[in-house]
Design a protein around this ligand. Structure first.
Ligand code: UD1
Length: 387
């Protein structure tokens, strides 16, 4: 992990760092800082594919995370998986041709991650994938396809937990390609905690009564946007009814993804959540989310990132999915998988409210220094030509 004694080549091309969707931004912010702080500095170029484009889904997070403005924005916007992926590929290829990067660095598992990886490897540009090796073993999740394919063709694979290397080796990946670096998302979390906005301020900013948070049991935070939970009317209705039942015991703050909001409208389910018990907010900034989660009695979610953030914060998390690609959050952290069945969700909430929630511990290398470890490993690898 140390730089070789040999002098650096006169110049190396920039590392093209790719972001596209909301969960990418908190991963990339510490990486960009670590590349700049490396001695010698590692040149970087930030490309935003524009997969997410709303102020609340993108721009606000750049501000909160102190991300520089992207050098290039491909402005692909929304579309079907095929259209979105193809459009990113079509627009990213000329960027590679123009800037001659030493490597393309991708994070996470969104469509932009896979699209840019495919373009780069076909142009013989090495690819580094941060958050490699996570597997839900559920091929119906678009993210799982993105993870498997990205890891097969990427050259350097940075993992967040040790089980990820086992997954990669099972898929025939050579162990030399894998580096256990830790969790860059937790770098961002630790960096931002002191700047987090209080939950009361967040509610007030949206004209909502912060007294909701003063319940003797506290409050719960909800996020939910997985297609498997929100794209089918019957499933979505069932989950909203369950949340309404939870809210009778524990007030909820629901930061609602645009996909969820539009499906609730489309299916006519808007009346299921009592505004006196459930504060529905638009997608929140990063500092708002950290503040909301940090003060919560529990978090109910289907997000990947929140499973990890709650583990790092020591806040009990109930994940409304059948599987997780982040098993360490269950084995060591505060996460419990409750699926989508009402009884299991209500039992999980009751356990936590009765003091039986998981305390958990913070996993290895979720220590705020993952991005530094990546930069330290990347530099000699780049000097060797990415092989
Ligand atoms: C994507 C990721 C998912 C991640 C999620 C976080 C993939 C396959 N999925 O899902 O892993 O957890 O981001 O949000 O890449 N929309 C807006 N404004 C925006 C962006 C999207 O209104 O800025 C709406 C559009 O109606 C769009 C829909 O949200 O069609 C879905 O957006 P999309 O990027 O396709 O997928 P996500 O569900 O956000």
């Amino acid at each position: 992990m140390t730089s070789p004694a040999s002098p650096a080549p006169a110049s190396i091309g920039p590392v093209i760092c790719v972001v596209g969707a909301r969960p990418n931004f908190m991963k990339m912010a510490p990486i960009l800082r670590a590349l700049a702080a490396h001695e010698p500095p590692i040149p970087a170029l930030l490309v935003h594919t524009g997969q997410h484009y709303d102020h609340g889904m993108s721009h606000q997070l750049f501000i909160d995370l102190r991300l520089p403005q992207p050098d290039i924005n491909l402005e692909v916007g929304s579309g079907s998986h095929a259209v979105q992926t193809a459009e990113v590929m079509r627009r990213f290829e000329p960027v590679i041709d123009e800037h001659k990067p030493s490597c393309v660095l991708v994070v996470g598992d969104v469509n932009s991650t896979l699209a840019c990886t495919l373009v780069a490897v076909k142009r013989n540009v090495p690819v580094a994938h941060v958050e490699a090796g996570l597997r839900s073993y559920d091929r119906k999740m678009p993210e799982e396809i993105n993870r498997v394919l990205t890891d097969q063709v990427a050259d350097r694979l940075y993992t967040t937990e040790r089980s990820a290397a086992d997954n990669l080796l099972r898929e025939g990946v050579a162990p030399e390609r894998v580096c256990f670096a830790g969790n860059v998302m937790i770098d961002s979390l630790l960096d931002s905690r002191e700047r987090a906005r209080s939950a009361a301020d967040t509610l007030r900013q949206h004209g909502l009564d912060a007294a909701l948070l003063q319940h003797p049991k506290g409050y719960g935070v909800v996020t939910m946007h997985r297609p498997s939970n929100v794209d089918d009317a019957v499933t979505l209705r069932g989950l909203l009814e369950t949340l309404a039942m939870v809210a009778r015991d524990l007030p909820l703050v629901f930061a609602m993804h645009p996909r969820t909001r539009s499906n609730i409208e489309r299916f006519g389910l808007g009346g299921l959540l009592d505004p006196a018990r459930v504060a529905v907010l638009p997608p929140q900034g990063y500092l708002e989310m950290v503040g909301l989660m940090g003060g919560a009695a529990l978090v109910l979610t289907d997000s990947g990132g929140l499973q990890e953030e709650t583990t790092a914060l020591g806040v009990p998390c109930l994940t409304m999915r059948e599987n997780t690609e982040r098993p360490i959050t269950v084995e060591q952290g505060t996460n419990t998988m409750v699926g989508r069945e009402r009884a299991a969700i209500l039992a999980g909430v009751a356990d936590i409210l009765e003091g039986r929630g998981k305390r958990g511990r913070v996993p290895e290398y979720w220590d705020g220094h993952a991005a530094e470890r990546i930069a330290a490993d990347l530099w000699p690898w780049l000097q060797a030509g990415g092989h």
